[in-house]
Design a protein around this ligand. Sequence first.
Ligand code: HAM
Length: 430
Amino acid sequence: MGQKIQSVKGMNDLLPTEQKDFKLTSAYWQAFENKIQNWTRRFDYKQIRTPIVEQTSLFVRSIGEETDVVGKEMYTFADSNDTLSLTLRPEGTASCLRAVVEHNLLHEAPRKLWYMGAMFRRERPQKGRYRQFHQVGIEALGFADPDIDAEMVAMCADLWRELGILQYLTLEINSLGNREERAAHRAALVAYLTEFEDKLDDDSKRRLHTNPLRVLDTKNPDLQEICNNAPRLIDYLGEDSKKHYQTFKDLLTGLEIQFVENPRLVRGLDYYNHTVFEWTTDKLGAQATVCGGGRYDGLIEELGGKAAPSIGFAMGIERLLLLVHEHGSLQVADFPDVFIMQQGDGATLQAMKYAKILRENGFDVAQFSGSTKLKNQFKRADQSGAQFALIIAESELANQEVTLKDLRGERGQITIPAHELISKLNEWKA
Ligand code: HAM
């Protein structure tokens, strides 16, 4: 026997459902994905699918060289001809915009797009943090006004409500202003932090010169006071930025969506400006952010397209489903309606014919394959999770009858003329 090969660390299998225990199985994901299809349709967002591999330069230019994602977490490799550097996508926004620019999708009107799929970051794996994880992303491209910022948040709230988790999530918001405002704040922040340079830890010292805003993100308790007293970006916003932020907040209040202003919310990717937001929970331990996003008004131009102010967000499916599974609700249907068993000469063919008729009439059907005693087939029927068993044995074949058994309810077992099969099952299923 060959040695077993393990999956890659931080990358998980999604297994099929066993009996009635859905836990975090593929059926659970499918039920969630169906919700996402309907949800995006309700808000008139159209799906875009892009490759999992892109040129490395796309992520370096959009996410930013000094971010953790680009600096240390990307799966990057040389293509076989060695001249092209490729990367497994660590997020979806850059790929989506690359495609939009490449296919000139914004030439006539703004676009509302969504995507779903695997992303890759070489982080230290733990509960809720994986090296291959999955996101649903939403991008609204070519919209300048704050009403779309509010639509983003309202869209999230709508989904959380449907999944029964709204009450477990806190919405944090902030404004990062525009480029000039950020530059002025950055200068003030660097001057301030430099005064305390000997007190900073190694990470913060490095960030002071590369990405000073991220120093404020530190979890180090010794630095909290320094960070609390640091110059706040919000105090550097000009009139237009303030007005954009205020309108956004007024719309949220009008929509009765609760939020917390967090002046230290900066996000881990460099492309943001103006509105940023995150949905966090205290139910998942350290990996508390299930969804995050914001405006990136300059990014499309940065990627070679015509300037188009835009905003978007992405949720981590693993984190979200952990929360839904423990505290929310998601209906999962993963079992056949009918399990067909057969025994005797000619029973296999007759069972296959019934299976065909049943499927044509809208029933999900599992059929026993092979030949073994009916007793063993009953065991399989039970394991399948099916509601009903259809039994075709010698006497049923001889008398053009079928036997139906209610496997989960109180109806017991009945034998009826074969032509009544569909009407009886419809009656039982109702
Ligand atoms: P992000 O905050 O890097 O934003 O990721 C969005 C979400 O993906 C996080 O809130 C988290 O739920 C999930 N996530 C991130 N890393 C991991 C991981 N290692 N394991 C499990 N889940 C993870 C973005 O990616 C932006 N592209 C969002 C966006 C779209 N902004 C504008 N448009």
